[in-house]
Ligand binder design. Structure first.
Ligand code: FES
Length: 339
């Protein structure tokens, strides 16, 4: 029997996935999974269960009243989960915390299966996870407990959800907690994780996309690109990948593969070091040409360090361009990611 996978993304960034039957309402599917979505009447009257459908196709239901969901709200993607019947996999943003809905983060472990070091710039860490490891949305992150330190670090998934091989791109930080552990790690070690988390994830693609990656901020885009390669995409997707030094430019061959697999995907790499011989010098903002901005009719995704996020926001403001949507995640090497 057909069922659809519904990602419930809570206000605190926690995501839970539930299977929803072909004629099942989202609220009922959530309850079956012991997730108490906000509700009162469950009859399409009170509007308490209003959420935002961020992607997917669905039937709004026929039994609700205008006071509970207006035509304008429905056009903007709002739904009543007590009425909504999915017709495809969907992402639903819930305007409450996961704790308030009596659910929470999943904890799971993975066995270290591969560590690739890219000079003094970054590591790619791959973990073999159990078949029932939590699913995630492309772009999200997980908290990884660093063994022995009693602390965690947050890293975006660079792999595709549902695979037994889960991977991450980790900036090398001299003396950093995770970098130090990775330098001595062996392949039989295991790591504990909590997640998935984050509101930086790929939405339904209805417009051209501009991806702005700063350094190891490339990771979530690799997951998004894999998702687009598998689902197909009819809109152009352009990436600007900016780094500080030549050696920070890692995994470009992966981008080249995606350029072959995804029609309409193009990318440009940029190096900031004034001494570089790289063809494109400077910052990503120096290479945001009109043809990739589509007069503002573009969905912008940015993952990079805080100065890059600030510079891009300033760029748009100064240029008088307001993108159709702007999603970003700031990260610093030693702090958890924050959307
Ligand atoms: Fe009242 Fe859905 S719970 S409208």
């Amino acid at each position: 029997m057909t069922s659809y996978r519904i990602a419930l993304n809570f206000e605190d960034g926690v995501t839970r996935f539930v299977e929803c039957g072909a004629n099942e309402k989202v609220l009922d599917a959530a309850f079956r999974n012991r997730i108490n979505l906000p509700m009162d009447c469950s009859d399409g009257v009170c509007g308490t269960c209003k959420c935002r459908a961020e992607s997917g196709t669905y039937d709004l239901g026929e039994d609700y009243i205008e006071d509970a969901l207006t035509e304008d709200e429905a056009e903007q993607g709002l739904v009543l989960t007590c009425q909504m019947i999915p017709k495809s996999d969907c992402v639903v943003a819930v305007p409450m915390s996961s704790a308030a809905c009596k659910t929470g983060l999943a904890k799971f472990s993975g066995k270290v299966s591969e560590i690739v070091r890219y000079s003094d710039a970054a590591y790619e860490l791959a973990l073999e996870v159990p078949a029932d490891a939590p699913a995630f949305l492309p772009g999200q992150y997980v908290n990884i407990d660093v063994p022995g330190g009693g602390q965690h670090r947050s890293y975006s998934f660079s792999s595709h959800s549902g695979e037994r091989r889960m991977s991450f791109l980790i900036k090398h930080v001299p003396g950093g907690l995770m970098s130090t552990w990775l330098a001595g790690a062996t392949l039989d070690g295991s790591l504990d994780m909590t997640g998935p988390l984050g509101s930086f994830y790929l939405r339904a693609v209805t417009k051209p996309i501009l991806m702005l990656a700063g350094g190891t901020g490339l990771a979530p885009f690799l997951s998004m690109l894999e998702s687009l390669a598998r689902s197909g995409v009819s809109q152009p997707v352009h990436m600007l990948y900016g780094v500080t030094r030549d050696q920070d430019l890692v995994m470009v061959e992966r981008l080249e593969e995606y350029a072959q697999r995804i029609p309409g995907f193009t990318y440009v790499t940029v190096v900031a070091d004034p001494a570089t011989a790289h063809p494109q010098k400077g910052y990503v903002t120096d290479h945001m040409l009109p043809e990739v901005l589509h007069d503002g009719g573009v969905d912008v995704y940015l993952c990079g360090p805080p100065p890059m996020v600030d510079a891009v926001q300033k760029y748009f403001k100064t240029a008088g361009i307001e993108p159709a949507s702007f999603h970003y995640e700031k990260f610093t090497p030693s702090q958890p990611a924050a959307a």
